[in-house]
Design a protein around this ligand. Structure first.
Ligand code: KG4
Ligand code: ZN
Length: 345
C-alpha cells in the first residue's frame, strides 16, 4: 500500500489541491483564475492574492471529495519550483503549516517532474524507459526517462514554449477573453476545427534538429495578419488558427518519434498543458502507431496544471525517504532533479 499524500500546486494561475492514495486519485480540485483583466498576461501579484484567497476552500473541498480527514494524510507534497515566486510561496506556506501542525513529512516537488508523473496516475503499465514530451506554457521538453528520477533532455525550446506560442497567437487573433491569458490553446483549437490546416504554410523550423523553436512561427503569423484586410482577417481566422496549430503540432510529433527511434525506446508519454490539444493527441497517436511505439496520454484535466500530479511525484519522493525540512524555499528556476547533463543533453 502506497502512502496517502496531499498535493498542493500554486505555481502559476491554477490553485489546486489533491489527495492521491495508494497511487490513485482520491480527489483533484482545481480553481482556474480568470481575473487577470486587461493586462494580457498572468499578473504575479493578482495570481498570488488569488491563491491566498482560494487555497483553504480548495483544500477543504479536496479533503471532502476524497472522504478523508487531515489525520488520514501521510505526507504533504508541494510545488517548490519552477514558477512565479510569489505564487509558489503561498502553496509552500500552506504546505509547511500543514506538515508542521500534523507532524507530517514534507516534500518540495519540481513542477515538470509533476507533469511527468501525471503519466502514472491512469496508466499503470507505463514503465521506464520511455520518452516524454512535456509541453506547457513555460516549457517544451523532450525527455528521456531512463528510470524514475533519472532523466535526460533530448530536445528543448530555444525560444518560446509551445503553450506560450498558442497564447501569443490567440492574443493576436483576438481570441482571449479578458482575464484568461493562458487559455490560448483551447481557444485556437476550438476555432481551428472549422479551418483548413493546409491553408497557409507557416514555418516549422528544421525538422532534423533536436531543438524546438516557436517564436519565428508567431512572427510569421503576425506578418501574415498585417498583410490581410480587415474582411480577410475575419474570414480567414479559422484557417490561420488551423494552419498555426498544425505548424506547432508537426515538429512536436516528428521530433518525439525521431528521438524515440534514435534511442530505441518503445514507449512515449505526452504531458503538460499542450498535451490537452486534440490535434496533437490524434497526430501523435497515428505517428506512434506507424512507428510501432505505444503512446500514453493522460486525460486532458491531468495534462493542464493540477495537484494530483504533484502528489504523485511527491509520493514517489516520499517513498524514497526524500523529504524536505521547513526551511524549504521557493525556487522559480529550480532545475529538474535527477537530470543527467551528460550524453543526450
Ligand atoms: O501545464 P500548464 O497547465 O501550465 C504550465 O505549466 O505552463 O500549460 C498551460 C499551457 C497554456 O499555454 C495553454 O495555452 C496550453 O497549455 N494549453 C493548450 C491546450 N490547453 C492548454 N494548448 C493547446 N491546446 C490545448 N487544448
Ligand atoms: Zn504546468
Amino acid at each position: 500500500m502506497r502512502p496517502t499524500v496531499l498535493g498542493i500546486e500554486t505555481s502559476c494561475d491554477e490553485t489546486s489541491v489533491a489527495v492521491v492514495a495508494d497511487g490513485k486519485i482520491a480527489s483533484n480540485v482545481i480553481f482556474s483564475q480568470t481575473d487577470h483583466s486587461i493586462y494580457g498576461g498572468v499578473v504575479p501579484e493578482i495570481a498570488s492574492r488569488n491563491h491566498t484567497r482560494k487555497l483553504l476552500p480548495v483544500l477543504r473541498e479536496a479533503l471532502r471529495d476524497a472522504g478523508v480527514r487531515l489525520e488520514d494524510i501521510e505526507g504533504v507534497a508541494v510545488t517548490s519550483g519552477p514558477g512565479l515566486v510569489g505564487c509558489l510561496l503561498v502553496g509552500l506556506s500552506a504546505a509547511k503549516g500543514l506538515a508542521w501542525s500534523q507532524g507530517l513529512p514534507l516534500v518540495g516537488v519540481h513542477h515538470m517532474e509533476g507533469h511527468l508523473f501525471s503519466g502514472f496516475l491512469e496508466h499503470e503499465d507505463l514503465r521506464p524507459p520511455f520518452v516524454a514530451l512535456v509541453a506547457s506554457g513555460g516549457h517544451t521538453d523532450l525527455i528521456e526517462v531512463v528510470d524514475l528520477g533519472h532523466y535526460r533532455y533530448l530536445a528543448r525550446t530555444s525560444d518560446d514554449a509551445a503553450g506560450e506560442a498558442f497564447d501569443k497567437v490567440a492574443k493576436l487573433l483576438g481570441l482571449l477573453a479578458p482575464g484568461e491569458p493562458t487559455m490560448g490553446g483551447p481557444r485556437i483549437s476550438e476555432l481551428a476545427r472549422s479551418g483548413d490546416p493546409s491553408a497557409f504554410d507557416y514555418p516549422r523550423g528544421p525538422l532534423d534538429e533536436f531543438t524546438f523553436s516557436f517564436s519565428g512561427l508567431k512572427t510569421a503569423v503576425l506578418y501574415h495578419l498585417q498583410k490581410l484586410s480587415a474582411e480577410e482577417q475575419t474570414r480567414l481566422k479559422p484557417d490561420v488558427a488551423a494552419s498555426f496549430e498544425a505548424a506547432v503540432v508537426d515538429p512536436l510529433v516528428e521530433k518525439t518519434v525521431q528521438a524515440s527511434r534514435r534511442i530505441g525506446v518503445k514507449r512515449v508519454l505526452l504531458a503538460g498543458g499542450v498535451a490537452a490539444n486534440k490535434r496533437l493527441r490524434e497526430d501523435m497517436e497515428v505517428a506512434c502507431g506507424d512507428a510501432g511505439l505505444s503512446l500514453h496520454v493522460p486525460s486532458p484535466i491531468l495534462c493542464t496544471d493540477n495537484a494530483a500530479m504533484i502528489a504523485a511525484a511527491g509520493s514517489y519522493r516520499l517513498e524514497r525517504g526524500e523529504t524536505d525540512g521547513l526551511e524549504l524555499n521557493a525556487d522559480p528556476r529550480r532545475p529538474l532533479p535527477g537530470i543527467d547533463t551528460g550524453a543526450g543533453a
